[in-house]
Design a protein around this ligand. Structure first.
Ligand code: ZN
Length: 285
């Protein structure tokens, strides 16, 4: 039984109905109610909704990783808008269609581009450590207007959601956080993880690095999960311009590497780049 205060209750001041949020209070762990201006828990902790529609639920210690910068988010939005990663998005969409109804969580949603077609059809919570990403995702997904879509700033290592309440988690180019995935997914729940494959952006990496870094080996055995499906999505991207190649660089973690030489991109004639994604689908056991 859920506590009484989590049900819809009348807001006597506005006459409106406050609906329960998918998110939990990051301070006390109680359920949160959605109000006109944000989220509030029974203990009075409140979190304002930004104009774009996201809520910042990051509290306490600074997170382990840095969120994406404004520049990274802008570059990725511009790049993704051109559809270069549409094949991966379609794969994720078909996973969502094939997963039983229930809450979808995007753990590290970026600007929400991969969720754009999925979110309207499901009860969706999207999280990102970057407020710039969360803001872009909230706008893209209509978090302000849609009752079934909520976007928050939070760490994937400490997600403000109830245990066992999620049926599908998407983790796209986001950190693996096994303990949280296990806690959040109900039995039979599905976890879809997309990471860059060994050949991803190989042509670009050969230009910007003197010695391109080796990708980390993939590990598919994880406590609490069985691998249901593994798929490699590989194809060639024909970039329209050197500017697109630079955007591609700026949106990746390579832009934070001290070893990279992005200035070489403009003088290169790189136009064809390999897209290579490893997609793994796990079932919670
Ligand atoms: Zn609270």
């Amino acid at each position: 039984m859920r506590p009484e205060r989590e049900k819809d209750i009348k807001n006597t001041e506005t006459g409106g109905v406050r609906r329960p949020s998918l998110f939990r209070c990051p301070v006390c762990g109680e359920g949160l109610l959605r109000t006109e201006s944000g989220l509030v828990c029974a203990n009075g902790h409140s979190f304002d909704r930004a104009r774009s529609g996201y809520v910042n639920l990051l509290t306490g210690r600074p997170p382990r990783l840095e969120g994406d910068t404004r520049e990274m988010v802008a570059a990725r939005s511009a790049f993704l808008e051109k559809g270069y990663y549409a094949a991966l998005r379609r794969e994720l969409e078909s996973i969502s269609v094939g997963t039983p109804e229930g809450v979808l969580l995007d753990a590290g949603c970026g600007e929400g581009w991969f969720l754009e077609n999925i979110a309207p059809a499901r009860h969706t919570a999207a999280l990102d450590l970057s407020k710039f990403a969360a803001s872009a995702a909230a706008k893209r997904l209509g978090a302000r207007e849609r009752e079934n879509v909520e976007v928050a700033v939070a760490s994937v290592y400490d997600m403000p959601l109830a245990s066992g309440g999620v049926s599908l988690i998407l983790s796209v180019f986001a950190p693996w956080c096994g303990a949280e995935f296990r806690r959040l997914l109900g039995k039979g729940g599905v976890l879809a993880v997309a990471v860059p494959g060994a050949e991803h952006l190989a042509e670009l990496k050969r230009i910007i690095y003197d010695r391109p870094p080796h990708p980390e080996p993939k590990e598919h055995r994880h406590e609490g999960f069985e691998l249901a499906e593994e798929k490699r999505v590989t194809y060639r991207i024909e970039l329209e311009s050197a500017e697109d190649a630079l955007e591609l660089f700026r949106m990746t973690p390579h832009s934070r590497s001290g070893e990279a030489h992005p200035e070489r991109i403009a003088s290169s004639d790189v136009r064809t780049v390999t897209a290579d994604f490893d997609l793994a689908v796990y079932r919670r056991v």
